[in-house]
Design a binder for this molecule. Structure first.
Ligand SMILES: C[S@@+](CC[C@H](N)C(=O)[O-])C[C@H]1O[C@@H](n2cnc3c(N)ncnc32)[C@H](O)[C@@H]1O
Length: 333
C-alpha cells in the first residue's frame, strides 16, 4: 500500500483541483473520480465514504514539503485545531530559522506545524505542548505523517509545564483574540482581556524556560498605542541592556483602532472591559511577528511587511479577521 504522504504528494501535484476541492473547500466528490488508491485515506479517517461520494473530514495544508492536517474552519467545537492561514501559521512556519542541534519548545502546538518545521530545520529535540488533547492527537498524527520522530507531544498547559532544562529555541502562536473575561470561546482564540493571556504566562515562566542565548519567535495581535504594542514592551523590558536583538515585523503594515476588537462582542455589555483597556491607554491594535536572538549589543527594530500580508487572498484584513471571529463566536459552545 502506498504511504499516505506519497499519495498526498501525488494528489497535490497531479490533481491540484481535486486536492483543493476535498481538503480546502470541503466538497463532496464522486468516488469514481478519485484517481488514487483510496484505502490509506479511509484507514486514516481522512476521507469518509458516503454512498458513492467521498468527503474529507479534515483540512490539509502544504508548507514546504510538509502536509498538515487540521480541522476545517466549519468545525465549531471549543477545541478546534487551528488551520493554517497565510498571514499566521503558514507565515510563521516558513520563517522558522535553522535549528541545528537546538532543543526546542513549541507552546500551544495545535496541529504541530511549528514543532514539525523546527524538527525539519535540524532541532535535536522538540517538546510540543498544548492544553487541548485534540490538538495533541493531531500533532502526533502530523509528526508521524511527516516522519518526524524527535518530537515529544504533551497534553498540558504552559502553566503546568516543568522543563528539565532551558530551551534554545521557543515558538509560540498563542490564542490572541482579546475579549471580555466572561466570554466562552475556542481554546485556540481566547486570549484574555488584552489578548496576551498565554504570553503573560510565558513571561511569568521565562526564567525557567530560557537561557541568555535562547531565540524566541512569537506571532500575536497586541493592543498598544499608535506606535508601539504591549507585546513589544514586554520584550524590550526583558532584553534592554542585554546582548539581544528584537526584530518586530508588522504583518499588515498598519495598526487598527482599538474599536475593531469590540465588533464581535457588540451584543454584550462591554463596560468593564472597555474601562480596563482605557486604564492601560490602549488605543490601537497591532499584528506582529517578533523574533529575538543573541547579538553583539542590544538592538530593537521594527519593519512593516511589504507587500502586506493582508493583501494575500487567504489572509484576514482586520475586518475579515473579525468577521471570521464573529462567525466562530456565534457557534462557539
Ligand atoms: C492559535 S493556536 C496555534 C496552533 C499552532 N501552533 C499554529 O501555529 O497553527 C493556539 C493553541 O494554543 C493552545 N493553548 C491555549 N491555551 C494554552 C495553554 N494555557 N497552554 C498551552 N497551550 C494552550 C490552544 O489549544 C491552541 O492549540
Amino acid at each position: 500500500m502506498a504511504s499516505l504522504k506519497k499519495l498526498l504528494f501525488d494528489l497535490f501535484f497531479d490533481h491540484q483541483d481535486l486536492f483543493q476541492a476535498l481538503f480546502v473547500m470541503e466538497k463532496e466528490i464522486d468516488l469514481a473520480l478519485f484517481p488514487l488508491e483510496i484505502q490509506p485515506f479511509l484507514s486514516a479517517n481522512i476521507l469518509q465514504k458516503i454512498n458513492q461520494k467521498i468527503k474529507s473530514n479534515f483540512r490539509i495544508s502544504k508548507v514546504n514539503n510538509v502536509f498538515i492536517v487540521t480541522d476545517f474552519p466549519t468545525y465549531f467545537g471549543s477545541d478546534r485545531v487551528w488551520y493554517l492561514l497565510e498571514d499566521e501559521s503558514l507565515f510563521f512556519a516558513k520563517n522558522i530559522p535553522d535549528c541545528t542541534d537546538k532543543k526546542a519548545l513549541d507552546i500551544g502546538t495545535g496541529s504541530g506545524v511549528l514543532a514539525i518545521m523546527a524538527s525539519l530545520q535540524g532541532a535535536k529535540h522538540v517538546t510540543a505542548i498544548d492544553i487541548s488533547p485534540r490538538a495533541i492527537a493531531f500533532g502526533t498524527f502530523n509528526a508521524s505523517l511527516n516522519n518526524c520522530n524527535n518530537i515529544t507531544f504533551k497534553a498540558e498547559g504552559l502553566e503546568n509545564h516543568e522543563p528539565n532544562s532551558a530551551y534554545d529555541f521557543i515558538t509560540l502562536n498563542p490564542p490572541f483574540v482579546p475579549m471580555p473575561s466572561t466570554t466562552k470561546y475556542m481554546l485556540s482564540g481566547k486570549g484574555g482581556m488584552d489578548g496576551l493571556g498565554l504570553i503573560h504566562a510565558f513571561f511569568n515562566q521565562i526564567d525557567a524556560l530560557t537561557h541568555p542565548e535562547t531565540r524566541i519567535n512569537i506571532i500575536s495581535m497586541s493592543p498598544g498605542d499608535a506606535y508601539i504594542s504591549a507585546l513589544e514592551k514586554l520584550f524590550i523590558d526583558r532584553c534592554i541592556g542585554k546582548a539581544m536583538k528584537i526584530q518586530s515585523t508588522d504583518l499588515y503594515g498598519t495598526t487598527a483602532p482599538i474599536e475593531v476588537i469590540f465588533q464581535p462582542f457588540k451584543k454584550m455589555s462591554l463596560t468593564t472591559w472597555k474601562k480596563w483597556l482605557k486604564t492601560k491607554n490602549y488605543t490601537h491594535m497591532h499584528y506582529l511577528f517578533i523574533q529575538t536572538s543573541p547579538s553583539e549589543s542590544y538592538e530593537y527594530s521594527r519593519k512593516a511587511l511589504f507587500p502586506k500580508l493582508e493583501d494575500l487572498p487567504d489572509s484576514g484584513t482586520w475586518r475579515a479577521m473579525y468577521k471570521v471571529i464573529q462567525n466562530s463566536k456565534d457557534h462557539a459552545s
